[in-house]
Design a protein around this ligand. Structure first.
Ligand code: LMR
Ligand code: MN
Length: 434
């Protein structure tokens, strides 16, 4: 029967080559049919599923077709269901797993991604890489508790591993705000320059950690290195989602934005907008606490009206006048990379230095209540301003900014993000929402 097996294998190899050859002819339907036949006839051949996955993946990329990508993922999963020992090629197996994971991550399918990671960890228990990849998936999905637990487990076995240290430090910073504890992990990992540690986001997190510990000089060094590596536009402008060559300056005048008319139209109604906001503030549970760990001390709350270019129906019903006015300012209300919201800051609040995510929007504050302008400050890069009732403050929040409220009374503003005026309509349409 050995000879028969060899014959069968030869036959399979031939059919596999034939199916692969269909790829050259660029007839998607024929390619799909050839691989369907092949996997149907040889369901126990891992190579049939692998090559089917790769063919589908290639077609999916070329035609930008989501269903083909889903089919490719299913083929990858069928291939990965074989044990690596039965396949006899660990590199090929791990490569396929990595591609499948990449697709699943981009589709937001956490559970399936984790399932593949778990299998890899079981098959390759001595490879720290497999555990770090699982931790990275949890980081991408912003499951910081899982990141912290996984990284801690990894460090028990591999205490010197730079990636595990990086993930552990990140989780500590974002989750527990224990900056002193997080710092050595982040510093060690980034200084190691180990594969996977050199990314803009990680430099940003290390710099922020240093700033929050009062180590401003060291933070600037980190940012300077980030600029050298082309992660940041400048030491002060550290947004991660950027379009090159847009005008970049900390503060803007209404006339410079090209939206002076729309902004002034809002300004003309500032008292009515203020009254609407104050009405909402007086009711418990409408405004929500800021949740991004940006606050050092104090109390800072928001009430959102438009998010990523979508109006929040329930909140707009509660602020109909403001929302109606914003409908007229389409570059703001339809800006998929910004928000429109009321921002209420109580006395004795300090907001840590931070950068917005993108240089593709500008941020206007329409000041609704600011009884003590001399006791409040907004720093953007190296310039400072304060709020005056009824006035507009326009800044580019991709630059580092910091807020102090050392007064005794509430400061209330309407935050209006709008598209950077240098972006064409086509660019605005193509940019993915943030
Ligand atoms: C910020 O973007 O961090 C500030 O504009 C928020 C605020 O309310 O001052
Ligand atoms: Mn901000």
């Amino acid at each position: 029967s050995g000879a028969q097996d060899t014959d069968a294998d030869d036959l399979f190899e031939q059919e596999l080559r034939r199916a692969n050859a269909e790829m050259i002819n660029e007839h998607p339907a024929r390619v799909l049919r050839a691989f369907k036949q092949l996997t149907h006839k040889h369901p126990h051949q891992p190579a049939a599923h692998l090559h089917q996955a790769q063919a589908l993946e290639q077609l999916a990329t070329k035609t930008n077709n989501k269903q083909l990508l889903l089919d490719a993922i299913e083929s990858y999963k069928r291939y990965l269901a074989f044990e690596p020992t039965s396949i006899g090629n660990d590199v090929e197996y791990c490569d396929a797993a990595a591609r499948c994971i990449e697709h699943l991550r981009s589709l937001g399918q956490l559970q399936s991604t984790v399932a593949i990671h778990k299998q890899l960890i079981e098959y390759f228990p001595h490879e720290v890489k497999q555990r770090n990849q699982l931790t990275l998936t949890q980081l991408i999905f912003n499951n910081l508790l899982a990141v912290q637990q996984l990284a801690a487990e990894t460090l028990k076995i591999w205490p010197q591993d730079a990636l595990a240290q990086l993930y552990y430090g990140l989780a500590l910073k974002q989750l527990t705000a224990d900056y002193a504890k997080a710092l050595p992990f982040l510093e060690y990992a980034i200084a190691s320059e180990a594969a996977g540690t050199q990314q803009a986001y990680f430099y940003l997190m290390l710099g922020e950690t240093l700033q929050r510990l009062g180590q401003q000089r060291k933070a600037l060094e980190v940012y300077r290195r980030g600029v050298e590596k082309n992660y940041f536009a400048s030491i002060y402008q550290r947004s991660l989602y950027n379009v090159p060559e847009l005008r970049a300056q900390p503060f803007w005048q209404p006339e410079e934005t090209g939206y002076a008319e729309q902004l002034q139209q809002l300004q003309r109604h500032w008292r009515e907008i203020r009254n609407e906001a104050l009405g909402l503030l007086s009711r418990a549970g409408y405004f929500e606490d800021e949740t991004e760990q940006l606050r050092d001390t104090g109390k800072w709350q928001q009430f959102e009206l438009f998010v990523r270019g979508q109006q929040l129906a329930r909140n707009c019903q509660r602020a109909p006048l403001t929302c109606r006015l914003l409908q007229q300012f389409v570059a703001a209300s339809r800006c998929t990379r910004g928000q429109v919201k009321f921002s209420a800051m109580q006395a004795h609040t300090h907001v840590w230095p931070h950068c917005g995510p993108t240089n593709t929007r500008l941020r206007a504050h329409l000041t609704l209540q600011a009884p003590q302008p001399e006791l409040t400050r907004l720093r953007v890069a190296q310039q400072e301003r304060t709020w005056h009732e009824g006035d507009l403050l326009i800044f580019d929040d991709s630059f580092e900014h910091e807020v102090w409220h050392n007064g005794t009374q509430l400061r209330l503003v309407l935050i209006v993000d709008f598209w950077h005026p240098d972006l064409s309509p086509q660019q605005r349409q193509r940019l993915h929402p943030i």
